[in-house]
Every structure is written in structure tokens, then in C-alpha cells.
Design a protein. Sequence first.
Length: 254
Amino acid sequence: MDPRTILFYEELQSNAFPALQTVMYDGWSVRFGGGFTYRVNDANPMYPEHLPVEEKIGYVEALYRASSLDKSIFKLHEGMDPERLAACDRLLEANGYVKERHGNIFVCDLTSFSRPSSEDVTLESHLTEDWLDRFLTMNGTEGATKDAAKSMLRSIVFPLTAASIWEDGRMIACGLGVMERGRIGLYDIFVDASCRRRGLGVNICAAIMNEGKAAGCTEAYLQCLTNNHGARRLYALLGYKETYAYWFRIKRFT
């Protein structure tokens, strides 16, 4: 995937999950999200930059130290200039940043997607308080982080679809789709541990993808960690293709 297209997908992901605050700094998007997920609490190189990498790392780390967060996170990806990427990765490692959560963006052509939606999936075009509570409980978000997550999710400005499967009055699977510029992103696909291996994850994904296709989206995309082999098999079954790589460098404050 060429750098311009990678930047496009990086923008989609940033817009789909807005942070509580974003600082733009010499081509980097430095995001603050109260600790809810790495992707809204990281520095992401996105646009042409001019300042020395060492200076930028120090500045961003100082911002995170001054915030309420307990770590400094940088997201690196293959859309960066190769020399800049290598220098940034090397300097972060030298400054005590550990590589975590290596993954890929997967993309699916919706024009040829034909898997029908399951009648078991409930779809809503807005985020209800009940859906938010259960969705965040399923992904393990609690306390003040849960309040921050709700604020961010409620501030999504693009069309969305909130998917869920219920059984005996409880949510047993869920996922979120956000649409922008002809693409629908799939986020946080969760299935209750006691209900796995029943095809519920496939049903959630297919329902979101069909909603996007009906709304005119031509592609679906999602993030998946390299070591999540089960999810990768599921996404391949749905027609997703692996594209560019990304990873995080993290320094935890003591």
C-alpha cells in the first residue's frame, strides 16, 4: 500500500475514534483520551515533518508526563518516510520505549461482499446509554476511563452502526462501525468468552459490513494484532486482505 493511501486510512482511524484533546505538533497528531485504548492516547506521525526526531520525542514525552496518563505512547507505521521511521524507532528504543501491539490494517472490497446478515444481530444508528455501558463492560473499561470513553464515543460525528447480539437479556457480542469517505471501519468486535466458537463474531462483522455497503461504502477496514491468529482467520473468511503494518512504542512512568 502506498504512503498516501496509508495516510488516508490513518486519518479514517483518527476520525472514527476522536480523542478528548489532540495536539498537532510538526506533522504529528498527539492524542489524549484519558487512558482509553492506545489509539486515542498516542503520538502518531501523519504529515511531513521538519524538526529533529530527538527533539520531538522529548517534547511529546513531556506532554504525556504532564498529563494524567501513566505512560507515553508512540504509534509507528509503514506510511512514514522509511529513513524517518527507522530513526524514530531506533531512538525510541534507545530511550527506553518497548515495542508492543504489532498489527496490520486489513481491507475488504465490499462491492463483492455477499454474506447475508444474521437476524440475531441488532443494529442501531446511534449509541444508547445501555449499549455503551454493556459495550464498555465487555471490553473491560471501568471507572474514570469508562467516563472518558463514553465522552469520546458520543462525540463521533460520522454515521455509525452499533451492532449487538443478545441472549437471555444480556449482550454476548458487539461491535462498532463508523463510516467516512466511502469506507466503513470495524472497531472493538467482542464476543463473551462463554459464547465463542458459535460464529457470533462473523455475524457481527457481516452485519456491520452490510450496513456500510447499503450506505454506499465500497470498502471495509479494521485493525488486527499480529498474534491474534483466531481473529485473522475470521477476517480472512470474510474476505479481508492484510495491508500495512503498525506498532506502538511505550514507556511506562514509575
